[in-house]
Design a protein around this ligand. Structure first.
Ligand SMILES: Nc1ncnc2c1ncn2[C@@H]1O[C@H](COP(=O)(O)OP(=O)(O)OP(=O)(O)O)[C@@H](O)[C@H]1O
Length: 241
């Protein structure tokens, strides 16, 4: 990988007495897709919450473009070029697509133009008429609409939480092309959560595997998926009794 633009070092967080993440470090470079994988409950989404500023870590730091942003609020991180999607594609169902883009364009200064939104639609592969209600879109178009809303501000880092969830195979192939293009042509750095190893192999340049809150492997998808610790985390049933 080239020089990292975004990442974290030594992240830890506990809920009550339970440690959810311990000493987690990762980094991603411009024009790179980093896959974040791990079994259910490994801590992937909790890490995203810390990276985007919705949770405060009890240990560690987050950096963007050489700057420590650990104490920066969510909206300030967004202004600095960090964008994040969520596992469920929740859209403002009663708004039209045009109204949704308007809200995104005017969410903060500098305000963005209709042309910026059209460009973002093109990048996100979103081709629905703007007078449609956002709530009438299927899952894939909801995901594209939300992605386009983020792309309006030309983010430098994209955090994508299970973007393939709820999509059929042909849609996943199209999504991979969309993400790959954003990364290759616009040099966006992307971190993508996906718990299905086979899907991640198709798109990620590197992968970080989390298990029970700890990084157990880092490398190319092939390297990490052959790692005995990863195979054990995925395929060995926990011992009972
Ligand atoms: N706000 C919270 N309060 C208490 N426990 C939480 C909270 N958020 C997450 N957890 C717990 O932290 C652990 C990690 O959850 P997290 O959602 O980060 O894992 P994940 O790897 O994203 O899982 P999945 O693949 O199922 O989405 C789980 O045991 C979860 O119950």
């Amino acid at each position: 990988m080239g020089e990292a633009i975004f990442g974290c070092r030594g992240i830890g967080i506990s809920f009550g007495t339970r440690a959810i993440l311990r000493d987690v470090s990762l980094e991603v470079a411009p024009a790179e897709v980093l896959g974040l994988v791990g079994p259910n409950g490994a801590g992937k989404t909790s890490l995203f919450e810390i990276l985007c500023g919705r949770y405060t870590a009890s240990a560690g730091s987050v950096f963007l473009d050489g700057r420590d942003i650990t104490r920066l609020a969510v909206h300030d991180r967004a202004r600095a070029g960090l964008a994040r999607t969520y596992q469920s594609p929740v859209v403002p169902g009663a708004l039209t697509i045009a109204e949704t883009f308007r809200a995104a364009r005017f969410s903060h200064r500098p305000f963005k133009t209709r042309m910026d939104a059209e460009w973002a639609c093109h990048l996100a592969g979103f081709h629905q008429p703007w007078d449609r209600l956002a709530g009438s879109l299927d899952t894939f178009d909801r995901r594209k609409l939300l992605l386009a809303c983020l792309l309006i501000r030309k983010p430098r880092v994209l955090l994508l939480d299970e973007p393939a969830s709820g999509l059929i195979n042909s849609e996943i192939d199209e999504l991979d092309l969309i993400i790959r293009r954003l990364v290759d042509e616009y040099r966006i750095a992307a971190i993508l959560i996906e718990h299905r190893l086979e899907l991640l192999s198709a798109i990620a340049d590197r992968a970080v595997v989390l298990d029970m809150g700890e990084v157990i492997a880092t490398g190319t998808p092939r390297e990490v998926f052959d790692d005995p610790r990863v195979l054990a985390a995925y395929f060995e049933a926990p011992a009972h009794g």
